[in-house]
Design a protein around this ligand. Structure first.
Ligand SMILES: Nc1ncnc2c1ncn2[C@@H]1O[C@H](COP(=O)(O)OP(=O)(O)OP(=O)(O)O)[C@@H](O)[C@H]1O
Length: 583
């Protein structure tokens, strides 16, 4: 309560103090519903002071998250919380230099997320010296200077992109992906561009002011007119570059608002597409926005356009698998898709370093937020059935429109299913595999977690069906699937399909179902049928897994109520339920 009293705008925490069970207080994390271990105060609009002294009294506090709030000022003195294992401060307005000893003594700290703040100065030495650091995300700040040598070598997550770091990347980090360092213009060495050789001394006749910057190429040997030649070359380059830039801007301005209307061909030069009659790029730039999340692909914003609609703007940083023209054509194709269960791609904007995709806003939030939030009771069996039927129809439409493409969706999961006011589902973030950087797709897109892909790296037409299966199991059990975890690796054995399999293998019972639908009268037979469909979609072996047509057809056959002569106990037999998910 003392911690709360130093916060501003703390209305989200209004049940603190009212509930007798501490573990029911909003944002308190408890193990087994009993033992307090963390604070997760995300997306709550909180500001004010983080009273570290008050937190210090919570001797069990090991995880602290205030992601996506409005905290400002220097980083609080978290080193007083020596038991902390995870610290999440991303998407706030923290700023200034972090003292070199800010993380001293935090020997248990494993996860540090400081992304998208205003931190400046060097990466603190004490951070680099943490013995157990496993995940580090500091992207989108103003960190400067060289990257220090880190004590810990085997990072699970490392993102230092979009800062002002410079110099050579330390040897121990050279096996990391380029995306971990992108957007730091002066960084060099593997996996970025090679560093220049700094050892060539300046020519004695070149004045001090022209001494080469260590990150510029070394000087050629020159004679008396050396300086003059350099000046002339520089002037010529500047003039040439200006002409090119002017031409580019002119061209770009003229064509930036190409409509993204179904059936209409794109101008291959245009870097933006907007649907006619909606809003323009200028409207979007003027809109106020809030951050909804900062994930593996970039940040997601909700933008409120003045006198216009609310839209979702998603910024992708690793979308360079194809050139500009191909990218635009692909976006035009996605923009031309129309189906009641696909969330329309309203617009896109192309920049070399990042891309912006604009989707309609799903006013009722995502399926994930309903399933795993407080209102899962709204999701009755009949609503869940409606949702899965809509998902199946949207997916079928994608398969039909992208025949021959191995992953027509590629990222099907509950946070990418948004719901309208009547709980009609709409799929989002579909069709992006062809434009996404291969390594990033492999690491983060959920279709790549299908067993054949995570083991052999080969997606096929049934990999999206695996995701559909996992989504069905999530919908029925209310459990969050471990293999959706953003940075989860090799989580196959612990995935939801394996868990469901282990429960129903012993005995066919409705125990696996989410409490909110358990005991639905006259519906459990149909629920078990859907469970069975989910399991066939999650068959470990691709050969035995259903293809999308079969899965969609079986889902369409489902009814809200069991028919009198179709008792689930006679419907499901041991024989027709022989899965191999644990093989
Ligand atoms: N069109 C939309 N309408 C409403 N909510 C949305 C929409 N798109 C995304 N969201 C929600 O915004 C939040 C952030 O979205 P984001 O896509 O960044 O995260 P994610 O889907 O969990 O992860 P990933 O980076 O893997 O896509 C999620 O809770 C998501 O469900």
């Amino acid at each position: 309560m003392r911690f709360r009293s130093s916060l501003s705008n703390d209305s989200a925490l209004r049940n603190w103090g009212n509930e007798s069970n501490l573990c029911g207080w909003k944002g308190l994390l408890c193990r087994n519903g009993q033992t307090f271990y963390g604070l997760r105060l995300e997306n709550m609009g909180l500001g004010g002071k983080v009273d570290v002294e008050a937190l210090r009294e919570l001797s069990n506090l090991t995880s602290f998250s205030v992601i996506n709030n409005a905290f400002e000022g220097p980083m609080p003195e978290f080193k007083k919380l020596v038991r902390l294992r995870a610290l999440f401060l991303s998407n706030n307005n923290f700023s200034g230099e972090i003292p070199d000893d800010a993380f001293e003594g935090m020997r248990r700290l494993k996860r540090v997320f400081l992304a998208e703040n205003g931190f400046t100065g060097s990466i603190p030495k004490s951070l680099a010296n943490l013995p157990r650091l496993w995940d580090l995300d500091i992207h989108g700040n103003g960190f400067e200077g060289n990257i220090p040598e880190f004590h810990q070598k085997g990072f699970r997550v490392l993102n230092m992109s979009h800062n002002q770091l410079k110099g050579q990347i330390p040897e121990s980090l050279r096996d990391k992906d380029r995306s971990s360092f992108a957007g730091n213009k002066l960084l060099c060495g593997k996996p970025m561009i090679p560093c220049f050789n700094y050892s060539i001394p300046p020519h004695p006749k070149v004045s001090k002011s022209l001494t080469p910057d260590p990150y510029s190429p070394p000087h050629e040997k020159g004679k008396n007119n050396h300086i003059l030649i350099i000046v002339l070359v520089v002037v010529a380059v500047v003039v040439f570059a200006s002409i090119v830039a002017l031409l580019f801007i002119h061209n770009h301005r003229k064509k930036r608002l190409q409509p993204l209307t179904p059936g209409r061909k794109a101008n291959s030069q245009s870097s933006a597409g907007f649907k006619e009659g909606g809003f323009s790029l200028q409207d979007l730039l003027r809109a106020s926005a809030v951050v909804l999340g900062s994930g593996s692909f970039g940040s997601t914003y909700k933008a409120m356009i003045l006198n216009g609609p609310h839209v979702i703007v998603k910024r992708f940083r690793n979308m360079n698998n194809v050139g500009k023209q191909e990218f635009i054509e692909h976006m035009q194709r996605l923009g031309s898709l129309t189906h009641p269960n696909l969330l329309p791609l309203a617009a896109f904007y192309y920049r070399k370093e990042d891309k912006f995709l604009v989707y309609d806003f799903g006013e009722n939030g995502s399926l994930a937020s309903h399933l795993h939030g407080r209102n899962s009771s709204e999701l009755t069996w009949s609503t869940r059935l409606k949702i899965i039927k809509g998902v199946a129809r949207g997916l079928a439409y994608l398969y039909e429109n992208f025949p021959g493409q191995s992953l027509p969706h590629g990222h099907l999961k509950s946070s990418n299913v948004v719901l309208d006011h009547s709980f009609e589902p709409q799929l989002t973030e579909y069709g992006l595999v062809p434009v996404m950087n291969r390594s990033h797709a492999q690491q983060f897109m959920v279709a790549y977690k299908a067993p054949e892909v995570s083991q052999h790296g080969r997606p096929n037409e049934k990999s999206d069906v695996w995701c559909l299966g996992i989504l069905i199991l999530e919908l029925l059990t209310g459990k969050f699937p471990a293999n959706y975890l953003r940075h989860g690796k090799g989580g196959n054995k612990a995935d939801l399909a394996t868990w469901v399999d282990s429960v129903v293998r012993e005995e066919w019972s409705c125990e696996v179902f989410d409490n909110d639908i358990k005991g639905t009268r006259n519906g459990e037979g149909e629920m078990l049928k859907l469970l069975k469909i989910g399991m066939f979609c999650c068959e470990w072996s691709v050969e035995n897994r259903w293809d999308w047509r079969e899965a969609v057809a079986k889902i369409e056959e489902l009814k809200e109520r069991d028919s009198a002569d179709d008792e689930y106990s006679s419907y499901v037999t041991e024989d027709d339920f022989s899965f191999s998910v644990t093989n």
